[in-house]
Design a binder for this molecule. Sequence first.
Ligand code: HEM
Length: 403
Amino acid sequence: MLNQKTIDIIKSTVPVLEEHGEKITTRFYQLMFGNHPELLNIFNHANQKQGRQQKALAGTVYAAAMYIDNLEAILPVVNQIAHKHRSLGIKPEHYPIVGKHLLLAIKDVLGDAATDEIIDAWAQAYGVIADAFIGVEAEMYDEAARQNGGWDGFRSFVVAQKVVESDVITSFYLKPEDNRGIADFIPGQYISIKLEIKGEKFTHIRQYSLSDAPGKEYYRISVKREAGTPNPDGMVSNYLHNDVNEGDILKISAPAGDFILDLKKDTPVVLLSGGVGLTPMMSMLKTVAEFQPERSVTFIHAAQNGNVHALREEVEELAALQQVNSYFFYDSPTDEDRLNNNFDVEGYVTREWLKENVSLKDTDFYFCGPLPFMKAINNSLKELGVNEERIHFEFFGPKASLV
Ligand code: HEM
């Protein structure tokens, strides 16, 4: 337990850290990777380059510090990050490394303003926050390993099938090399893949949402090829598209994530996706169709045009079911799309369209896609009066703000 004086120091220095937040975390990463280059095997280099991870970590540290005497209040945030940490293989022994370098960075950036008293208070606060994460993560590790077909760390899977779904998206069907069972998952969850890429000094880990229903003997991911290999964001997806083939082995950690379809409910559900954001939605759609045949589900997918539209046939097949409605939105349809009636609506998903075509009563909305798409959908739903409890979304990469 922290004493009141320490709590007061923490709370009064949060604004100072906020002011220098990104500077501190940028310095923190410099120092930490300098002393522990092996951690570059775990961290996403693309997120580092874009500063996204810096923002995510800084934001969480302030939030945690503001709630240092009531960490329960930020448990949902801790939970979501802990899922990611568990999926990546972050262990208790990593926490003191982060703590030490965070304090060094605070000292470095604040200089004399960071008195011994302040540093000591932050050391104590970090200890409390770290313990909260370690505790939640220990339970998650335990559960991942204990459940039927579950495992600890990274397990070898064979690429049983590789299927090109569009000009930019390819699916990989992954079966365990040991031929034993695989852990169940809840639609919306993701796996981490750890890759050793030839010529690369460090391993690369990426998360991909599972795109099929649970209960199969494989996991399926559907990966978008990101632009350009010099861009670190594209290195892994290009490697998967170009160099990973049927029969190859991939290292995978057990399914994780708190963006999940509530299968206890039987009220209507609307799934909205933009581009490759369709992967968790596919899993949700297929799961409802397979396991909740009475539940109404509307699948709304926005793509540029038919060339980049993946998994169309799977959706069309399910749309034949009484319970399923589907709508495809193209913002730049090709002549061929027009000729073949490949889409339902030209343009974007608007508030007006939602109001006219979707029943809002008791409906849960799930969405995933590029940031502008997410912001537009979120605003539309709020303007239409949908309760926040029925709005669920997932970001690509570290959490950002929709506001
Ligand atoms: C991801 C916070 C400790 C490694 C994240 C994210 C946050 C966060 C907010 C982004 C989650 C998302 O993707 O939505 C924290 C806090 C910590 C902590 C507050 C301490 C109390 C650690 C430790 C390690 C670690 C000890 C390992 C040395 C990572 C990695 C990611 C991540 C590798 C994935 C993102 C990337 O690779 O860019 N953490 N973290 N974290 N964290 Fe932590």
